[in-house]
Ligand binder design. Sequence first.
Ligand code: 44T
Length: 918
Amino acid sequence: MERRGEGDGDPGMTLAVKGPGFVHERVHLAAAAKVTDWETLLTSACVELERKVEPKSKRQEQEQDTCDCDFRFRLERARGTVLKPESRSHTKHCTMPNASTKPKHGRRIRRRHREDPARNELVSSSLESAQQCLFNQDYGTAFVHYLLALNLAPVFKDFARDSFRFTLFKWAEELDSLGRIQDLFSCYEQALELFPDDEVILNSMGEHLFRMGFRDEAAGHFHKALKMRPDYPEARENFYRVANWLVERWHFLMLNDRGRNQKYQQAICRAVQSGCSTVLDIGTGTGILGMCAKKAGAAQVYACELSKTMYELACEVVSANGLGGKIDILHMKSLEMEVPRDIPQRVSLVVTETVDAGLFGEGIIESLIHAWHNLLLPRQCDDLGSSEPSATGRVIPAGATVFAMAVHCPEIRRHHRLCVSSVGGLSLAACGDLRSPVSCSSAPDDSMEPYTTERLSRLPGGYTALTQPFTALNIDFNNVQELEGLSSRPVQKVWLPVNQEGELDALAVWFQLHLDQDNSLSTGPEEDTCWEQAVYPVHATKDFALQVGDELLVEVSCRDAYLRLCSVAVLRNGHEIRLDKPAQDLMESGVNQNPEAQLCSALASLQTDHNKDICVLESAELALLNNEEYHRSFQTAVTKLFSQLNLANQNQKQDSSELLYVLDVSEGFSSYSSVEKNKQQEVLKRLARSNNIPEESLEFWLNGTEDDQGVLQRPSTEKLWSAIMLDCVETCGLIRQKLMEKASLARCLLEKGGRIFPERIIVHGLLVESDMLLLESAVQGQEPTLGFNIAPFINQFTVPVHVFLDFSTLQCKHLSETVELFVLDLMDTNANYTTRQVKVKATSTGRVTAIPFWYDIYLYEDISVSTLSRHSHWKQAAVVLQEPLEVNAGDWVCLTVNLHKSTISISAQPDSQPQPMD
Ligand code: 44T
């Protein structure tokens, strides 16, 4: 079984390896099965525990021995053979908590002894055996002993808690490495039955769940751990990293959008007052629309919500607003609802805002078709215009109009197609078509999305509209035939006059939501709204510029309940130029003027099967490839290091052609499926071949994910690594988790004079006043939410660090100069990074609400790249202060910057001490 995600444990420590692997299978079974009848177990367990341990099966040993590291490749600079990595065995030294067997609660135990000596005898012998097994590192058996003892004598729980946790974690580690995931979770469940509120167990189970890809469940566990102990840093950090999955950030924006809330309220009020007395709120979120309906006088209000966290939140909010028991909230997807099982009768009004930036992405079409057939009263017929609203059904919003336009936008371009022909001196010509996973032209599969979303007005570098907006679609949510006919509508072809010259980078899409006859919401790029727009990137046209007078042919269709837009052709001077064909067609048609693009086209034409040659990379990875500045710096840094290493070899009279080994442990080229992974490996090989790098000098370890064993491998028996590449900053703007642990491990693997890339990271930041960041991180009181009390509930999910920020376009006022917040020295073994105080002088008067931060990444000596640079593939992050801090120009602010593991936290206080410099 491959492990997924980050490796657990401290990679700085080596793993415990037991002697020859002995596993007590029967005990495993007991530990893995859910045992509730402890009395029954007693007898069998006693027998089992006396039995001899059985040797591990061959398969298990093989499973454990499989090296599943994710280290991408080793690059051998000079020609020569690559020696196969040798695995090294390693031992771990672990300390055991609570090794004493002496019980703490003597008196009570003695009394119990008197009550039931046989039972107590068993308890104490089980506890003793558990500890003995712990010493022998037989964690499975130890775990069963503990379960037995603590279930029989809960009085020992406090006493044994630490040892029990330790046993559980070690046993879970073993089960994990054996791929016995089901058993692992069973053990955690049993542990939580014994210790339901144990924050350490909850947090640890959350980490396992997260690594297995159960993100919602993981987030739930971190949240509970944090509720149990709000000052538990591990759970806090884990929770902050996943809170977005529990409560997506747009909930804050939507709830803070007073205009939107009021419009919905008005439409609902009007409908209820006109006679719609039974209401269903589909996708209620925090319950706000349902509460509006109740407040407007609806007799019955039902609400459904598919997310567990949001459902629980809605229940809390509704009760806190005095409507508990008056709104029937169901934790289910509307599509699963039935009358009368879930609601007693059909309703006269459905309210919903289950729409995303692309309108249909939350499944509104399917939900409404189902609602019309199963949950709503029949629609009011035009010829029966007088029928009672309480006897007919309707939907808010009543319908929507979708708009689209073609845009020129370098920021979108560099994230969705390859814009460079070489990277760090390597020609990419033979790489085929590298593209982002956002495309509506290719066959739909899980890894492809038809659109992405952006707030166009906030894109760095802005955008230019190349055409007027056009109406791509009109839909009536009150007409079930129309809803049902949507996917079979013929493809609509629209010819758009181009009125502005520029490269065709994307089609941007937004919509107007017609709540009722009088009220509508627009999600357009020019509006002052929290909404993002849907972006359909154009892939096929390498450096293809539209000219004024051209006509662009766009096809609009509705497939798999998604709206799809595709630019297919351009009409220029009476000639039709296809855009959905490979690049050479453009060249042949004489449209491509750019020589670089012509070269690409020529190369593309050498390839026969174009579809085969598409390699999908994440959009941040494409942006990284397009970041020429980064690659230049990297190349300079590597060249400099290598020439110094070669010089050192010469000085020591060693062979200057001595091999230099590079280990890349960066996580770039992370993939969606193993198919993609193989494809990417293929592309890298092709890249090497076409650039005269011998194939043998590249070695990939792509088959699994991270494992400590992989890190410990040497390039060859007599060599260590010359350089180790670490990917230290995530695209979202945070330091990569476990970076410092990885760095300390990497340091041990370097040859003399070898370096880690980067060697140092300097964190920069400044004080800003930004209302926008506040609106995006927490609901600001009751005023925006129509007087309903929602903020304190949803704000439990506020995260102090805002990620994926475009600092260059953030609406904010700078209140200080940029300061150095922290220095992370990856080459320094003794550096202690915990807390640092930084004094910052306010340069303007205002309210400090946030501290955006970014990094200067020092690759080697003075060669650095900044994560703030214009062409960076990184976004920035910002700490949003819990309480804004008022400052006057000239005031000093003291920032306490804390780095725990790889999480930065910052607090700000006024600094009363006058500065010597001042
Ligand atoms: N995003 C807006 C989407 N649901 C808005 O679980 C606008 C994004 C956005 N429940 C930036 C800004 C904005 N049955 O809690 C969710 C979801 C739930 C359902 C029951 C169903 N069939 C569904 C479908 C969805 O409804 C809630 C709202 S959905 C999306 C709303 C501020 N980025």
